[in-house]
Structures are given as structure tokens and as C-alpha cells.
Design a protein around this ligand. Structure first.
Ligand code: ZN
Ligand code: ZN
Length: 153
């Protein structure tokens, strides 16, 4: 429990710092969202984030905060199969091609593979680059350990 407390304090300081770095006003909702995501090693859906947030916010406040954090490139969004939306910290965009994402077919977890950068593709003339969105699907280490990779897929 002690360990958890320290993390929480750390996240609080960092969340405020992150907002300051992006010239955003500190609001408890924005800070709560950042803290919730920081406390997780996998990308989270809005529902999962809401459950981890200290405060209770109405949908509009939440929606606006997500929009702000996303357009300020504090969060990035990962969309799986056009329907599951997950959020993680960190920026991807034209200046920063970012990293690939991994989707586990078993536990439906989305993980940022920060050490696996997106490739910079050479595009034919006339095409302009905006972003690369790579989602690798497979079985995550945790599920493989459980031996669930040989089950139906
Ligand atoms: Zn898994
Ligand atoms: Zn990511």
C-alpha cells in the first residue's frame, strides 16, 4: 500500500507539470484523467479511465477534457477495428512518428510498444504524410504464460 501512495503523489505532481508544459489550465478533471492513465501500463478506454478517476465528472466535462488533452497531444488514441477506443499518454503526429501498438486477441488489451518505432515510409510523389497507425494483433506475454495462445483464435 505504501508503494501505491508514493506513485499517487508522483502522478499528481507529474499531471500538473504535464498540463503546465502544454500551457493548459489545471483542472481536476484533466489531472484525474492523466493520473488514471499514468497508473496503468496498458492503454485504457474512457470507461476504464473513469473508474480509476478520483472525482466524479459529468459526461460533457469528461468529453471536453479528453478532447483538450488529445488535441494538445498529451494523450493519443488507439482505435481497434474501428470501434474500441483506448487512450495512452504521449504524442504521435507529423513530427513524431511514434510507436506501434499491440492488441491482444485474448484479453483485448492494448499496449504501447514504446521501443518499437513506427517506420517512416517513403511515399510516392504527391502523397503527403500525416500519421502512421500501426496495430499489431497477437497474444500478449501474460496470456502466453497462461498458455492461452494455443486455444482457438
Ligand atoms: Zn493478453
Ligand atoms: Zn501508444
Amino acid at each position: 500500500m505504501q508503494h501505491r501512495c508514493i506513485c499517487h503523489t508522483f502522478a499528481f505532481v507529474k499531471a500538473a507539470e504535464i498540463l503546465g508544459d502544454h500551457n493548459l489550465k489545471r483542472t481536476s478533471c484533466r489531472e484525474d484523467i492523466i493520473k488514471a492513465i499514468m497508473g496503468s501500463d496498458v492503454a485504457l478506454s474512457t470507461d476504464e479511465i473513469r473508474k480509476r478517476m478520483a472525482g466524479d465528472y459529468d459526461r460533457t466535462t469528461l468529453y471536453r477534457s479528453f478532447k483538450t488533452l488529445e488535441s494538445s497531444h498529451i494523450l493519443h488514441k488507439i482505435v481497434v477495428d474501428g470501434q474500441t477506443v483506448k487512450y495512452a499518454l504521449g504524442d504521435t503526429g507529423p513530427e513524431n512518428p511514434g510507436h506501434v501498438h499491440f492488441y491482444c486477441n485474448k484479453c483485448h488489451t492494448v499496449i504501447c510498444l514504446e521501443d518499437v518505432p513506427n517506420l517512416k515510409y517513403d511515399l510516392p510523389d504527391g502523397f503527403s504524410y500525416n500519421e502512421t497507425d500501426v496495430l499489431i494483433k497477437g497474444i500478449c506475454p501474460r496470456c502466453r504464460e497462461k498458455g492461452e495462445d494455443d486455444a482457438e483464435n
